[in-house]
Write a protein that binds this ligand. Structure first.
Ligand code: FES
Length: 150
């Protein structure tokens, strides 16, 4: 049987050890929380009703509007033929946001002069692949956008 009583030194060692652990925890935990991203509250969206109408898009000087589509940004464009075309607004090169250039009839990425046609196909510049196309459905005044195959 061990009859050793705790000494003042062992008590101080416990207190010191606890202090060191608390200090390490106060440094490591915030660093860990910074590195690990928080869980996203947004679900993946497959269909969306746009918060504006065709007349809003056509009245826009760019003849286009961007919209939040789940975690990403989308763009809807009114073509000269009156067709609404929607696609992801994130350039496939380095993720810059693209814009409609009605003067050139293209979707343009200002970061590295990437160019897409109005169907989202990459036609020149560094973008390696087309923009993701969305399906557009108009129901009365409402515009619905959905992922292809959704
Ligand atoms: S990020 Fe769009 S062309 Fe480079």
């Amino acid at each position: 049987m061990n009859d050793a009583k705790p000494t003042r030194r062992s008590f101080l060692n416990y207190v010191l050890g606890g202090g060191v652990l608390a200090t390490l925890g106060s440094v490591v935990y915030p660093a860990f929380r910074f590195i690990v991203p928080p869980p996203s509250g947004e679900a993946n969206v497959s269909q969306l009703k746009l918060p504006f109408k065709r007349s809003d898009i056509e009245a826009d000087p760019q003849r286009a509007r961007t919209f939040k589509f789940g975690r990403t940004l989308g763009i809807i464009v009114a073509s000269d033929a009156g067709e609404l075309k929607a696609m992801a607004a994130t350039c496939t090169h380095l993720d810059c946001t693209v814009q409609h250039r009605p003067d050139l009839g293209i979707i343009w990425c200002a970061c590295h002069n990437g160019r897409y046609d109005l169907d989202g196909k990459n036609i020149s510049g560094p973008p390696p692949r087309p923009l993701e196309r969305y399906v557009v459905n108009e129901v009365g005044e409402d515009i619905f956008v959905s992922r292809e195959g959704a």
